[in-house]
Design a protein around this ligand. Structure first.
Ligand SMILES: [Zn+2]
Length: 557
């Protein structure tokens, strides 16, 4: 039992922004009144900020491509973050080893992270990677946007079969939700093409990008999964692509779910460029921000760029090929039969680059102007930069002075190609708590997370920030405090003390079982027939719960 005494608690879900005590029992927040302090571990949090554990909604922390990236970039592993001792060794600059991922997250107060792109065929490996990451809770989203069976059911306009197929994949792979990457485009690329607009067609299937997205939204809502579909839009990284993003968002029109959004658009920065080419590329955030703020069924995450080293890795094979040509840097390409592609390309974001500077500004525009209830902080790790720089992003959103200082470093092209210089807004601590806790929890449908109400997971963080004396001009101190939690408690265990690892536990891997909502038999003949045409068999798919370290099944229906 732990008693966190007299801390300044900010918990937007329960309308709390005041000094109060928190009591933790059996790994959950408890509201018992008669507490015998002598029986508790007491943490004095007087004059300190107390919040729920943060959630990373989108970070490539497992799956095959981070390992490809690690193999491709030995230079990333010269930095030793922690030597072996009581806890495991942790190394890596921006690409981290699995132990380093868990440790670095909890040091900044993050207690849950979502691997957002696992090919079904390789999901056993994804779970093995996730099982090597200590402390944090995890989940993985299988890729659906280029599965041949998805195209088939959509071509037949059979949403019921599509829903059954989604449920089959989630159960087999122990996945959490539906990820869509460059829908139709990765398949088209196998024929030397791509999908640039929502009306482009997938070769041989006669389905459009529009059909794929709306079909998957409808099937996801038919199953009423905890999370909506999670989309990486077409045309990522192309000047002028904000128009495709707006067209994609409009596909959610008229589809509703009372609990949450029906479309989560991820790392929007990479899909919010204006211009007709790199010479006139600029910020295309204006229309996107208006649309997200007025819609109650769309949410986003930022996809912030951090100046310095990064490694781009996505299932968007054609984009990775284009980037490799543009940067003339080393490149890995991988194809997954039936389902998806992948590419990996290292990159350095430089403040001296006009384009990189504008990208940096675009994400901040989204962070400052999109309603924090509909927006989540992300870097699309490791695409936009390392996740351990989240405190930098939070501080930039909190402090106009810090932004101005950083803008001086950036290329002056930013001044005319982005809107950031004219934005005076400073986010509040409560806004930041929303963008890192309550919003990702609600968007993912994780009801025990993102808040500190009775029965919530006892994921609690104490920061050396006094909300009563908060001064955004002291940005160095704020960033330092957010980088290094005084205490991180995970599921009722103290895992960080004064910014150092103090305890090592294993978190859960959550997966969604929707089989009660569907009739698996209706897709049996299709599965039987389809796997005749490929080198992979049905038996190549599947992960058993008992093979996972700590699986948590979430049943719907
Ligand atoms: Zn991503």
């Amino acid at each position: 039992m732990i008693l966190v005494k007299n801390g300044h608690v900010i918990d937007p879900v329960n309308g709390i922004n005041e000094e109060m005590d928190l009591f933790i029992k059996n790994g959950r927040i408890s509201s018992e009144f008669k507490i015998n302090e002598k029986e508790c571990e007491v943490i004095d949090a007087k004059g300190k900020l107390v919040v729920a554990g943060a959630i990373d909604i989108h970070a490539h922390i497992a799956a095959r491509k981070i390992n490809s990236g690690r193999a491709m970039r030995p230079e990333e592993f010269r930095r030793v973050r922690q030597k072996t001792g009581k806890f495991r060794a942790a190394v890596g600059r921006t690409l981290l080893t699995a132990p380093a991922i868990g440790y670095e997250y909890v040091k900044m107060g993050y207690t849950t992270a979502i691997e957002p792109a696992t090919p079904s065929l390789y999901t056993l490996h994804t779970h093995e990677e996730l099982d090597s990451i200590p402390i944090i809770d995890k989940a993985a989203l299988p890729l659906f946007g280029n599965w041949h069976l998805v195209f088939k059911f959509i071509a037949e306009n059979d949403i019921e079969k599509l829903a059954s197929f989604i449920s089959w994949v989630l159960e087999k792979m122990k996945g959490y939700g539906v990820k869509v990457v460059n829908p139709g485009g990765v398949e088209a690329w196998m024929y030397g093409s791509n999908a640039h607009s929502i009306d482009d067609l997938v070769p041989y299937y006669d389905v459009s990008v529009r059909d794929i997205i709306t079909g998957l939204i409808k099937a996801n809502e038919m199953l009423d999964l905890p999370h909506s579909i999670h989309i990486h839009c077409n045309n990522l990284g192309e000047p002028g692509n904000y128009e495709t993003t707006v067209d994609t968002m409009k596909l959610a029109n008229g589809i509703r779910n009372n609990r949450r959004q029906v479309l989560h658009v991820t790392h929007v920065q990479f899909n919010a460029f204006s211009g007709s080419g790199w010479k006139d590329m600029g910020s295309g955030t204006e229309e996107i921000i208006k649309l997200v703020n007025k819609s109650d069924n769309i949410t986003i995450d930022m996809g912030q760029v951090i100046f310095g080293h990064a490694t781009t890795m996505t299932a968007d094979g054609p984009f990775q090929f284009d980037l490799h040509k543009l940067l003339k840097n080393k490149w890995i390409n991988l194809d997954v039969e039936l389902e998806t592609g992948t590419g990996v390309v290292p990159l350095i974001y430089r403040p001296s680059s006009p384009v990189h500077s504008v990208m940096w500004a675009i994400a901040l525009e989204l962070g400052l102007l999109v309603n924090p209830d509909k927006n989540v902080i992300s870097t699309d790790y490791p695409n936009g930069g390392p996740f351990d720089r989240y405190p930098y992003i939070m501080t930039l959103l909190l402090s106009r002075k810090y932004r101005e200082k950083e803008m001086e470093r950036a290329h002056k092209y930013l001044q005319r190609a982005a809107n950031l210089p004219s934005i005076d807004i400073e986010r509040t601590l409560e806004d930041i708590v929303k963008m890192t806790r309550s919003s990702p929890a609600r968007i993912l449908g994780m009801h025990n997370k993102g808040h500190l109400g009775e029965g919530a997971d006892a994921d609690v963080v104490v920061y050396d920030i006094n909300p009563a004396e908060f001064n955004p001009d002291k940005y160095r101190e704020i960033e330092k405090a957010l980088s290094s939690a005084l205490f991180t408690i995970k599921g009722g265990t103290v895992v960080v003390k004064n910014g150092k690892i103090a305890g090592d536990i294993w978190g859960r891997t959550m997966w969604v079982d929707a089989t009660l909502r569907t009739t698996a038999e209706i897709i049996e003949p299709d599965l039987e027939e389809y796997f005749n045409y490929y080198t992979v068999n049905r038996e190549n798919y599947g992960v058993e719960e008992r093979w996972m370290r700590r699986a948590e099944r979430i049943e719907v229906g």
